[in-house]
Write a protein that binds this ligand. Sequence first.
Ligand code: 5RP
Length: 262
Amino acid sequence: MSGELSPIDKAKFVAAKRASEYVESGMRVGLGTGSTAAWLVRCLGEMVRDDGLKITGVPTSTRTAALARDVGIKVASLDEAKWLDVTIDGADEFDGDLNLIKGGGGALLQEKIVATASDRMVVIADVGKEVENLGNFPLPVEVIPFGWQTTQALIEETLVSMDVLGRSSSLRMNNDAPFVTDEGNHILDLHLNRIGNARQLALVLNQMPGVVENGLFIDICDSVVIGYGDGRVEVRDINAGTVETDKLDFVESDNLFADLND
Ligand code: 5RP
C-alpha cells in the first residue's frame, strides 16, 4: 500500500505514530480532529487491540468520536473524564512559540476546551504547518448564527485597529449552505495574511458579542511532533526547551491503513 500514500500523509502518519508514545494505559486522552488526528486515533486503536492499551478517549468532534468507537477506543465526554492527562491534536499553523491556528476542520471550540483541560497538549503536524508568523491560514472564528452578519461587520471594523495585513472575512460554507459546527454555530474565516500580535487579537475577538471562540491557541500547546515524508520526526518541547529527532520505520499494516476516510 506504500505507493498509495502521499509524502504528506506519510508525514502526518509518522507524527501521529511518534505522538502515540505519549499515551500509557490508564490515561484519559483528548482526541483531536482532522486528518492528522485521525492517524493518531487509528494508531491508538491498534494499540488497544494489539497491545492491550487501556485508555479513555475524549473526542473533540462527532467525527472523531465515531472513528474512536470504530477502532475500539473507549469514549467518554469531557464532563465524565473531567481532566485529561494529554490531548493530541493537529493544527493548521504553528509558530516558534508553539502558538497555533486551529479550526480548519471546524472543531476549534471543543478542541480548545479539551486541550485546556489537559495536563499536556501535543500537536502533531507535517512540516508544512510550521510558519514564522501566524496568519497565512485564514483564522477561523466560531460565531452564533443569530446576527452573524452584524458580528462579521463588527469583527472587520475592529480589525482596522489590529496589527494584521488583511481584513476581509468569509462565512464558511458546506456546499450551498453555511457550515454548522457541532455546537450549531457558524464559522467566519478571517483572511489576515499576517497576524502581528496573536495574543492581543485572540483576546479582542473573544470580547465581541456573537463570537463564541477563535482559532488562536496561545500558550496552550506544550510540544509539537513534526513529521516528514521520509519518516523523520522532530519533537520540540517548549517547556523543557528540547528538540529531539528520530526516524520511524514506515511499515504499513493493512489494519491501520484500511478505509481511513478522514
Ligand atoms: C480541526 C483542526 C485540525 O487540527 C486542523 O485543521 C489540522 O487538520 P489536518 O490534520 O487535517 O491538516 O483544527 O478543527
